[in-house]
Design a protein around this ligand. Sequence first.
Ligand code: GKR
Ligand code: MG
Length: 433
Amino acid sequence: ALGGWASAGHVTAVRVTPIAFRDPPLLNAAGIHEPYALRSIIELETSTGLVGLGESYGDTEMLADLNATAPQLIGLDPFLLNDLQLRVERSVSNRAQRGLSLAPGTHGDKATLKVLSAFEVACYDLMGQALGHPVCDLLGGKVRDEVPYSAYLFFKYAEHLGSPYAADSWGEAVTPEQLVAQARRMIGEYGFESIKLKGGALDPDLEAAGVRALAAAFPGMPLRIDPNANWSLDLATRLGKELGSLLEYYEDPTPTLEGMAELHRRTGLPLATNMVVTTQEEFRRNVQLNGVQVLLSDHHYWGGLRATQQLAQMCRVFGLGLSMHSNSHLGISLMAMTHLAASVPNLTYACDTHYPWQEEEVIVGGKVTITGGAVRVPDRPGLGVTLDRGALERLHQQYLDCGIVRRDDAAQMRRYDPGFTGELPRYREEAKG
Ligand code: GKR
Ligand code: MG
């Protein structure tokens, strides 16, 4: 390079490897997690011998979009993210209606942004390696040395029906007592200092009793519940009034931005979402309606690390709080989330992560350590993780063997309840009078 400037070279090979890893029978409004969760592992190799990593969704449509883009990236300079964006836009078109019933937080109409994000993270990993700086330095530097995550609790069954492998060690959680036991174990093992409860799965009054039991067992610990829009407005209003004083924020209790705005008018509670504000258009409407007051960011669908920093700035301008959403994921995603969160001053809530529910890994050294409820921001160049090729091969073989090609929590739930539809909101306040 001219004048001894650092260079990451140009992209010479792109690899997209679908993997499947074991996932417990966790309940949510869409149904139940399948025995395996899918992800894609992205590798960008460059002319200087570097390999940049990314991790994203692994369903069929996403893989098709990633694979359609891969050949267009040959020759790309990883520093030129605007060039990356143009190349992605040329090869992927958003398909607003794919006719699929998707799990909450799985956005079928964001193909371009999802693909951009998957490759953008790998570019950041390459830039960091070329410059000898951790990714957070390329995002302005860390404003915190470690990133706090929350204990992400789920109601769950003890076993997967028809599962090929032994039950997980967490056991059943369908009562408040079992939920508190799950929280004690998760907090005991990882030191989390705040709790997120996935709701919208069981009888809402039982879930509310779960919230009260958690508040009693962990006094003063920030607590949130997320029913994924499975409660009608009247039900969300009653339970909001009952639980409000215990909640840090009330996440997606009821459908639509209009519904959330009305709920906020009725209860005054801080509402959060990863469901009704997921595009810039929805962001603008939310500002007009004052629907939610806290946004859950997710670089995997907002268009990457840079776009999420811009989202953080928009939240600042409009006085909104900022938190972070997750889906089932492994360590490459966790490190991308950690570098990003470390660089965003106004990300003031503990981030969501499903990571404690995962037993398998694709990175060298196995699972990333969470202590005191937080992940330390690594100071190694790039994301700071290396691919374990043996593990990648094994999890890819598991993908080929498991037969799952698209996340479908409702289909999995129909093994337990043949009439299950997943339609929202299924829980409604009893008609009065
Ligand atoms: O993993 O079951 C799950 C969650 O329900 C996930 O699909 C959501 O996207 O974590 C998510 C959320 O906060 O809505
Ligand atoms: Mg949510």
